[in-house]
Design a protein around this ligand. Sequence first.
Ligand code: NAP
Length: 254
Amino acid sequence: MNSNTPEARVAIVTGGSRGIGRAIALALAQQGWNVCISYLSNAAAAEETAALVKQAGARALTVKADVASRADTRRLFAETQKSFGRLDALVNNAGIVGGQQSIFDVQEDHLHSVFDANVLGSFYCAAEAATAMSNQKGGQGGSIVNISSAASRTGGMPLEAHYAASKGAIDSLTLALAKELAPHGIRVNAVRPGLIDTEIHEAHGGQATLTKLAPTVPMGRVGRADEVAQVVAFLCGPLSSYMDGALVDVSGGR
Ligand code: NAP
């Protein structure tokens, strides 16, 4: 598909500046989607991703927007609408681990920071996307893909109950919205990555931890961001037209 026509599909990838989000933006661009890349603070990384999207022949927009802020998420969708005039998919990818924290030292601020970004952010963006894409409200239908984690079913790394629980919420949100939004022409699915080589693992030892854990993965290695991205792009597009409410594991058998 030519991404320079008004018919070209448009996706918002939250946290599209780095890691899995960058790979998703690129995979979508390679399939002819125009992409809005949102980020929290790393403008340089977001611009690098935008350059890669443009190299792939698609249009790119970067927007600095904290998903934990209702006002920022409203602005993110308004700016996308202003630039592209349509929306066909949302990838709720932005997320944080929030470091390691024992339940014996649980702290209100810490829990709020993780749940605000991982869970409330996904609610806010889903609400904006539903309004923009609902075929009962003038939209053309579309797709929402929530990035959960294998941690939602394994409990995750030691001392990261906050993260695992936030991703459990994403699984439930996916199942609930799949039902609520199907009559609006919007499919909602989730991808649950396993151990993927990105900077998020700096929260618990970085590359050393990945190297140590790789042999525990049935496939014997950690995954690459592009291996997650291909599945997300499939769920965004028409080839997955009868998938709704699926929780898809991309975890090397873990
Ligand atoms: P990453 O490399 O640390 O990238 C995180 C991205 O999210 C960055 O673009 C960052 O923006 C953005 N971000 C963080 N907080 C945000 C906020 N409040 N508002 C807006 N953007 C925010 O992480 P990743 O490994 O690619 O993870 C992406 C998603 O996959 C997350 O939801 C994560 O939980 C999930 N996941 C990852 C793995 C894994 O092994 N890597 C496994 C399972 C699930 P800046 O660049 O501006 O900081």
